[in-house]
Ligand binder design. Structure first.
Ligand code: NAD
Ligand code: ZN
Length: 407
C-alpha cells in the first residue's frame, strides 16, 4: 500500500507547497486543505462483496472532524443496507457505523474535540441546542438524528469520499469501514483515553442500543419478567439490561436455536423458538407467564416478531419496546383493543442515549467492570478480510466481529 500512497503524497505535497506560498492561507486554513488517501471498503452494488479501494478523504469542513478508525464491528443494520432488499439502495457507499478511533484533524468551529482524542462515532448525533437535545426524554436531535437515506455531509450536501474524482456515498453519517472518515462533530463521543478501543467499539451502536432499550425505555422493575426477541448482540445487550435491573425471568425468543446456549451467559434463563409451535409465540409466552411478560424488547427487525413482542406483554401494565430496523414497506398491524387493554408500545434509536452526554459514562461502566463487553465479541478479522464478517453474520454464527483496521 505504501507504494500507492506515495503518488498521493506527491500530489498533496504539490498542493501544500502551492498553499504555503500564500502565508495567510497556510496559517488559517491548515486543516481545511489536507486531503488524505487511504483504504476503504466500498460497497459498489447491493449484496456484492465489499472491495478495498484507495479513497481520497477530503478535509473536515466547519463543525466536522476527520477520524482515524482503529476498530470497527459489524451490526445487522450495515447488512440490511448492503443487501438493500428492504431498504433504499444507495451505491457506491462506504458502510459501517459501530467503531472506535482517534481524532486526526478538526474543522473550523470545533472546540470540544482535538487531534488525538479517543472517540466513538455514533450514527445519531447530539447538537446540544435543539428542543430534543434540551429535553431529558429524547435523543432525537433535530439536526443530527439518524438519516439512512443521506449519502452526503449536512453542511454542503457533498461527500468527503471520492475515487478519482467520483464521489462515494456516506452511510449514517459515520462510514467507518474506512481508515479515515469525516463525521459531524455532534456525532462523536469523546471517551476515556484508557478505554481499550477494540472492546468499547461495540458501545458505539449494538451494546448501548440493546442495553439502553431495556434500562432507559422498558425500565423493568426488580423481580419482573422480560421477553427478548432476537438473541444477537443487540438482544443480548437488552437481556443484560434486564439482568442488571433485577428481572427474575428473562425469556429469549429466537428462530435460530444455536443462539440459546450462548444466551445463557447473558442471564437469559428460558427459551422459545417460534418455529417449534403452530400457534403465535405471544400465546406461548402468555401461557408461560400467567398472562404475559411485564416487558418485552424486540431486536430482530422482523415485522411478525414486532407484533408478537407487543402482543405478548401483560395487559394493565405491559410495555413493549421496538429496536429492530424494519423493512421499508413494513406495516405493524394489531387490534386496537390491545392498546385499550393498557399495553404500551414504544420504540427507540440508540437505547435513548444522548451520544455525547451519555456515552462516556457507559464507557466508565465498562471500565468499572459493571458491564462486560468481551462476551459480545465472538470473532475478529483484519480489514482485508471484512467480507468474512458479513458471512459470519449472515450464517447467524457471530454476535460481534471486530474488524482491525490496521490489518
Ligand atoms: P443479529 O442478526 O445479530 O440478531 C438478530 C437475531 O434475531 C438473530 O439471532 C435472528 O435469528 C433473530 N431473528 C430474526 N427473525 C426473528 C423472528 N422472526 N423471531 C425471533 N427471532 C428472530 O442482529 P443485531 O446486530 O443484534 O441487530 C438486531 C436488530 O437491531 C437489527 O434489526 C438491527 O438493524 C437493529 N438495530 C437497531 C438499532 C436502533 O437504534 N434502533 C441499532 C442497532 C441495531
Ligand atoms: Zn448498529
Amino acid at each position: 500500500r505504501d507504494g500507492k500512497h506515495s503518488w498521493a503524497g506527491h500530489k498533496m505535497q504539490r498542493f501544500v507547497s502551492f498553499i504555503e506560498d500564500i502565508p495567510f492561507l497556510s496559517l488559517c486554513c491548515h486543516t481545511q486543505l489536507t486531503f488524505l488517501l487511504c483504504v476503504a471498503a466500498v460497497a459498489w452494488e447491493a449484496g456484492k462483496p465489499l472491495v478495498l479501494e484507495e479513497v481520497e478523504v477530503a478535509p473536515p469542513q466547519a463543525m466536522e472532524v476527520r477520524l482515524k478508525i482503529l476498530y470497527a464491528s459489524l451490526c445487522h443494520t450495515d447488512v440490511y443496507f448492503w443487501e438493500a432488499k428492504g431498504q433504499k439502495p444507495i451505491f457506491p457507499r462506504i458502510l459501517g457505523h459501530e467503531a472506535a478511533g482517534i481524532v486526526e484533524s478538526v474543522g473550523e468551529g470545533v472546540t470540544e474535540l482535538a487531534p488525538g482524542d479517543h472517540v466513538l462515532p455514533v450514527f445519531t448525533g447530539e447538537c446540544k441546542e435543539c428542543a430534543h437535545c434540551l429535553s431529558e426524554e429524547s435523543n432525537m436531535c433535530d439536526l443530527l438524528r439518524i438519516n439512512t437515506d443521506r449519502g452526503v455531509m449536512l453542511s454542503d450536501g457533498q461527500s468527503r469520499f471520492s475515487i478519482k474524482g467520483k464521489p462515494i456515498n456516506h452511510f449514517l453519517g459515520t462510514s467507518t469501514f474506512s481508515e479515515y472518515t469525516v463525521v459531524h462533530s455532534g456525532c462523536v463521543a469523546k471517551i476515556n483515553p484508557l478505554a481499550p478501543l477494540d472492546k468499547v467499539c461495540v458501545l458505539s451502536c449494538g451494546f448501548s442500543t440493546g442495553f439502553g432499550a431495556t434500562v432507559n425505555v422498558a425500565k423493568p422493575t426488580k423481580g419482573s419478567t422480560v421477553a427478548v426477541f432476537g438473541l444477537g448482540a443487540v438482544g443480548l445487550a437488552a437481556a443484560e439490561g434486564a439482568r442488571v435491573s433485577g428481572a427474575s425471568r428473562i425469556i429469549g425468543v429466537d428462530v435460530n436455536p444455536k443462539r440459546f446456549e450462548e444466551a445463557k451467559k447473558f442471564g437469559v434463563n428460558e427459551f422459545v423458538n417460534p418455529k417449534d409451535y403452530d400457534r403465535p409465540v405471544q400465546e406461548v409466552i402468555a401461557e408461560m407467564t400467567g398472562g404475559g411478560a411485564d416487558r418485552s424488547v424486540e431486536c430482530t427487525g422482523n415485522i411478525d416478531a414486532m407484533i408478537s413482542a407487543f402482543e405478548c406483554v401483560h395487559d394493565g401494565w405491559g410495555v413493549a419496546v421496538l429496536v429492530g430496523v424494519p423493512h421499508k414497506d413494513a406495516v405493524l398491524k394489531t387490534h386496537p383493543v390491545n392498546f385499550l387493554n393498557e399495553r404500551t408500545l414504544k420504540g427507540t434509536f440508540f437505547g435513548n442515549y444522548k451520544p455525547r452526554s451519555d456515552l462516556p459514562s457507559v464507557v466508565e461502566r465498562y471500565m468499572n467492570k459493571e458491564i462486560e463487553l468481551e462476551k459480545f465479541i465472538t470473532h475478529e478479522v483484519t480489514f482485508s478480510e471484512i467480507n468474512k464478517a458479513f458471512d459470519y453474520m449472515l450464517q447467524g454464527a457471530s454476535l460481534r466481529c471486530i474488524i482491525r483496521m490496521d490489518g
